[in-house]
Design a protein around this ligand. Structure first.
Ligand SMILES: *Cc1c(COP(=O)(O)O)cnc(C)c1O
Length: 235
């Protein structure tokens, strides 16, 4: 494992995030990095946390549970984000472990979370996933569907609904992904009016397109592979 390489990658990604924010007239700290650690051994995650990357994202609930357990010695400064699909039978075990659930993809799941949130002292925040690329393989509301559900969404009052999340289509590059990000922001603006919720968070942008996402208003970027390039090389 090459911890130096991981630290350099982190510094580079942070600098790119800051530059993209400033370029679009925002402050560097208006964008939070969620370091995506899926399929990466826990030993590779430690140098990131030691360098101050405290928001960690996992795709699969079981992998999040086991990583949170393996890294429990790092303490409460680490905040876990579930960024992938959450099956309803995994809600109870996942809720107390996470700071944010990014990919709430149906009204049914949102209502289950809302029911369970009432029993927690500090329930996680959630973002609602919108399928802006119209790919059948992707989870999430379609753009018309989420507008139609606005009233039902506003009726969920126990779980903090803080924003929206999307993934650009497979095969898009930094520029061709832009349309998805613009669409998510426009849906957010519309849902704000329809629900009265602030919906300040836009979770969008990955290794290949996070700078474009920031230019279009991302407040949370989910970056994995760019942090771990060369991590397995000899130091
Ligand atoms: C894997 C994943 C990411 C990170 O992707 P990279 O291209 O490795 O940066 C972000 N969001 C979701 C939902 C993911 O599954």
């Amino acid at each position: 494992m090459n911890a130096g390489r991981i630290r350099e990658n982190l510094e580079r990604v942070r600098a790119r995030i800051a530059a993209a924010a400033v370029r679009s007239g925002r402050s560097a700290d208006s964008v939070r990095l969620v370091a995506v650690t899926k399929r990466v051994p826990v030993e590779w995650v430690r140098p990131l946390v030691e360098a101050g990357a405290l928001d960690l994202g996992e795709n699969y609930p079981q992998e999040l549970w086991s990583k949170a357990d393996a890294l429990a010695d790092l303490g409460a400064s680490v905040h876990w984000h579930l960024i992938g699909h959450l099956q309803s039978n995994k809600v109870k075990k996942t809720l107390p472990l996470v700071r944010m659930i990014h990919a709430v993809d149906s009204l049914k799941l949102l209502r289950i979370l809302d029911d369970d949130a009432g029993s927690l002292e500090a329930p996680p925040s959630v973002c609602l996933q919108v399928n802006t690329s119209a790919e059948p393989s992707k989870h999430g509301w379609d753009p018309d569907g989420i507008r139609a559900d606005a009233e039902a969404i506003a009726g969920c009052r126990a779980i903090p609904i803080v924003g929206l999340m999307t993934m650009a289509a497979l095969g898009t590059n930094a520029e061709s992904a832009r349309g998805s990000f613009i669409e998510l922001r426009e849906i957010r603006d519309d849902l704000r009016r329809r629900t009265g919720l602030a919906l300040d968070e836009l979770s969008m942008g990955m290794s290949g397109d996070f700078e474009t996402a920031i230019e279009e208003g991302a407040t949370l970027v989910r970056v994995g592979s760019a942090l771990f390039e060369g991590a397995g090389d000899e130091p």
